[in-house]
Design a protein around this ligand. Structure first.
Ligand code: NAI
Ligand code: MG
Length: 327
């Protein structure tokens, strides 16, 4: 039996994840779904955002559907998202951004770099160690090479090797691996890459980069497709996999039924691909496209549909695709 852990998390996670879950349940009512309550809300109620038994529970799932978790700017509060990514060793954060004439996949290293959590703060100095390991770099670039090969595409390595030694190390390992794999590649400084990606998205295919650069680059790339409400992601390791929207808990719009659930729904589609149901995944993405083409969309896309109403429309399109325009 396929077991899906569902983590709504905080903020709009409570709104977009129920929609994504209903789409999954529609296609796969034979899966077992179970909730795992972690996050800031849990911390407010119990004083602890995530326990070891929660992590153990997540590890029993075949895949995790994840909303977003608020990380308050408090000293000593450890990010739950980072803890889960580390504990499950979800080293590859794969973020597809598809639009008119372009199909970009950002492959972000997900366990080290500036988010390694090796930090020291005193009253007059704060240090964050940027760890880039050979093992961490080899496994992320190999994942990116696999994706580029599947798509017959080019690999772009994003780095800041002109300034940071750990990025000279990252870039050189990526180039060695790309040459060994005989794959077409180029490399770019991350700041120039961020601008060029917006100006010439068609020139990009698979982009591999370190943790924080990938975090920033994927929010930037969301601009190409209409914002953060649309971009899904897969966090993949060798044993576990977690699927979540690229966006966060969006406290500014939480609880208003206006969040766009497309990123969450598409994350569910990525989950189905991972679980081997490619047809289900294709159907979900097609239904989302049909509903948007019919003019049903949330406020961020200049529509008037609520989060729940958009979800109802996607479900109705899955049940009866003929009632919506074909895309
Ligand atoms: P955010 O992604 O939550 O929001 C940025 C902006 O995009 C906001 O104006 C928001 O209203 C808008 N937005 C985001 N998702 C949307 C959607 N589905 N539909 C319509 N508009 C949407 O990022 P922000 O504000 O920097 O962070 C808020 C909280 O989320 C913080 O506590 C942060 O730590 C957390 N966060 C958690 C993540 C995770 O759990 N993986 C990822 C990013 C942030
Ligand atoms: Mg981010």
């Amino acid at each position: 039996m396929t077991r899906i852990a569902v983590v709504e998390g905080d903020g709009i996670g409570h709104e977009v994840i129920p929609v994504a879950r209903s789409v999954l349940e529609h296609l796969h009512d034979e899966y077992e779904y179970f909730d795992v309550d972690v996050g800031y809300g849990r911390w407010e109620r119990t004083g602890c955002p995530c326990t070891d038994p929660d992590i153990a529970k997540l590890k029993t799932a075949d895949a995790i559907l994840f909303g977003a978790i608020t990380t308050p700017p408090m000293k000593d509060y450890q990010s739950v998202v980072l803890r889960i990514r580390k504990a499950l060793d979800l080293y590859a954060n794969i973020r597809p951004v598809r639009g008119d004439g372009f199909d970009i996949t950002i492959v972000r290293e997900n366990t080290e770099g500036l988010y390694s959590g090796i930090e020291d703060v005193t009253s007059d100095r704060a240090t964050t160690l940027r760890l880039v390991s050979r093992k961490g770099t080899e496994r992320i670039v190999r994942k990116a090479i696999d994706l580029a090969r599947q798509r017959n595409g080019q690999l772009t390595i994003g780095h800041k090797a002109n300034v940071i030694k750990s990025d000279v190390f990252f870039r050189d390992i990526c180039i060695t691996e790309a040459k060994a794999a005989k794959i077409a590649f180029n490399d770019k400084f991350i700041d120039a890459l961020a601008l060029d990606l917006l100006q010439h998205p068609k020139n990009y295919n698979v982009i591999v980069t370190t943790n924080m650069f990938g975090d920033i680059l994927s929010d930037v790339a969301a601009y190409l497709v209409g914002g953060l409400g649309l971009v899904p992601s897969a966090n993949i390791g060798d044993r576990y996999a977690l699927f979540e929207p690229v966006h966060g808990s969006a406290p500014d719009i939480a609880g208003k039924n206006i969040a766009n659930p497309i990123a969450a729904i598409r994350s569910a589609a990525m989950m189905l691909d991972y679980l081997g149901d490619h047809e289900g995944s294709r159907r979900i993405n097609k239904a989302v496209g049909q509903v948007v083409s019919a003019g049903i969309c949330t406020r961020d896309l200049c529509g008037t549909a609520g989060t729940r109403e958009f979800g109802v429309a996607v479900l109705s399109c899955l049940k009866n695709p003929e009632q919506y325009p074909l895309v």
